[in-house]
Design a protein around this ligand. Structure first.
Ligand SMILES: Nc1ncnc2c1ncn2[C@@H]1O[C@H](COP(=O)(O)OP(=O)(O)O)[C@@H](O)[C@H]1O
Ligand SMILES: O=P(O)(O)O[C@H]1O[C@H](CO)[C@@H](O[C@H]2O[C@H](CO)[C@@H](O)[C@H](O)[C@H]2O)[C@H](O)[C@H]1O
Length: 460
């Protein structure tokens, strides 16, 4: 079904934080529309297919929940999508009435046209709770209902199972204490068997603090104490880093128990190495400064091709401190979608756990670098902060890794970890150039360090 909608989706996409095609020439080639059941102002789901003239057949599908009103809505001006005749259209995630209709649709799950609301547990939903769009800088859009429930509306959607829903579902059913419980999800289902997953409803961890905020706070405490070492300051993060290592190890164990695992075949190991090498080549194109390191990174990545026999399993796929939440009951992991830039089929493949471990190790480096950038000072002060910041990074990386692995890494594990860390830093160079060019020197400096003789302090 191709349904034209008379709103200027292109104008809206061009400025949306979650639109991955910003800065490229694009056009909306088709739209499909479905109606969300319920009372109140009409709420629609629009699926917009986006084409990129510079990229041949490359197209993407974006979801726009839309609400329609007979009158212009005060307070929703920023979410205005357009008007035809006397109908005003808004981005519905900002619209309380429309989001309440979504929550109510979960109370009587089932299908209305292509939209299917599914419940996965029996948690009572309180539909009187007031919806509020979260303000986090996100790839998707999340709406909290009061203090208990969170609806994450996926923006870039794809045919097939969404790993965030799939993994939250299995971990919730397995009783994992390291995820926010899943309550349900929304599918777009067509008669010919196509399924596109649109949104998920889960427990809202309202009082949790995210790992990024806590860790940057720890580095700020360190810098406020001129002469102390990282383990001596009140805000030492190492015991939390260790708990995070334990939480990740437990989550990996549950994932290995709940999803199929496999031992990497020769072809599987070679595929992993080829993907890393391909990403390196593409990143060098986007970030020419990487070229100086490429010849030293390639042998490390190519060696992954010899990793046949290593266990591969479902993992998080894009783990960093911003994906962790500290609750009174311990650490939770969020956002199991994997790296948004990787094709969906690849993100759902079993992989060595070292990709996640490497992601967290990289994140400790970001924390120290980002705090240093916030602060002024003469060159001597900056040099001293760089030294102390590096000590903080080593201290926390070691605490995390020791708790995760529970002992020394084997040479094979060390090699995989090093290769995944290099791969992540390369990915980050390309990510930063596209999204935050001012930050590109953070992963670039990490690549330079990985290529130098300094090695990995926490492994010694
Ligand atoms: N269940 C939850 N409860 C409370 N906060 C959450 C929950 N899930 C995610 N968050 C917060 O929202 C932020 C964005 O969520 P995330 O799932 O990473 O979205 P995105 O895929 O859009 O990046 C996270 O960094 C976290 O701080
Ligand atoms: O959270 P997303 O799934 O959208 O992940 C993407 O964005 C992240 C930035 O928010 C990016 O993470 C990089 O920056 C973080 C600090 O902002 C840092 O902690 C991470 O270590 C670093 O990789 C992530 O790579 C990207 O996929």
């Amino acid at each position: 079904m191709i349904t034209p909608v008379p709103i200027d989706i292109e104008r809206y996409l061009a400025t949306a934080r979650w639109f991955a095609g910003k800065g490229r020439a694009f056009r909306v080639s088709s739209t499909r529309v479905a109606v969300v059941p319920g009372q109140g102002p009409p709420a629609l789901v629009v699926l917009a297919e986006v084409d990129y003239p510079d990229a041949g057949d490359d197209s993407e599908l974006y979801q726009l929940p839309v609400s329609l009103h007979r009158e212009p809505q005060d307070g929703l001006e920023h979410a205005w999508l357009g008007q035809w005749d006397d109908v005003h259209a808004y981005d519905a995630v900002h619209d309380r009435a429309a989001m309440s209709a979504w929550l109510e649709a979960f109370v009587s799950p089932g299908s209305t046209g292509p939209l299917h609301f599914e419940r996965s547990d029996r948690t009572q939903l309180d539909t009187s709770q007031r919806p509020a769009l979260m303000t986090a800088d996100q790839s998707n859009s999340s709406v909290a209902f009061g203090e208990d429930t969170l609806l994450k509306v996926f923006r870039k959607v794809t045919q097939g199972g969404n790993p965030d829903i799939e993994i939250h579902d299995l971990l919730t059913r397995a009783g994992s204490s390291h995820v926010a419980a899943l309550h349900g999800w929304v599918d777009w289902r067509t008669n010919d068997g196509e399924v596109i997953q649109l949104a998920m409803l889960q427990q809202f961890l309202r009082t949790a603090s995210d790992g990024w905020t806590l860790a940057t706070g720890s580095v700020r405490s360190l810098f406020a104490e001129a002469d102390l070492h990282a383990h001596e300051v009140g805000g030492d993060f190492a015991s939390e880093a260790a708990r995070l290592g334990e939480a990740l190890a437990e989550t990996h164990a549950t994932l290995a128990a709940e999803f199929p695992t496999e031992l990497l075949s020769d072809a599987g190991a070679q595929h992993l190495a080829d993907v890393m090498l391909g990403r390196l080549d593409a990143a060098v194109e986007a970030v020419p400064a990487l070229a100086a390191y490429a010849d030293r990174l390639r042998p490390l990545m190519a060696a992954v091709g010899d990793a046949a026999g290593v266990q591969a399993q479902r993992i998080h796929g894009d783990l960093h401190l911003g994906q962790t939440l500290r609750t009174v009951k311990g650490w939770k992991l969020v956002d199991f979608e994997g790296e948004p830039a990787r094709p969906l089929a690849e993100r759902r493949l079993p992989e060595p756990v070292w990709r996640d471990v490497a992601g967290m190790l990289r994140s400790f480096d970001y924390v120290s670098a980002v705090v240093q950038r916030e602060l002024d000072g003469d060159s001597q002060t900056r040099e001293q902060r760089a030294y102390r910041g590096a000590e903080w990074v080593e201290h926390n990386r070691r605490a995390f890794l020791t708790a995760y692995a529970g002992g020394e890494l084997s040479p094979e594990q060390r090699l995989l970890l090093d290769a995944f860390e290099a791969d992540k830093a390369v990915y980050e160079c390309a990510y930063e150039i596209r999204n935050r060019p001012d930050w590109a020197d953070i992963p670039l400096a990490a690549v330079a360090r990985l290529c130098s003789q300094e090695g990995h302090p926490e492994g010694e």
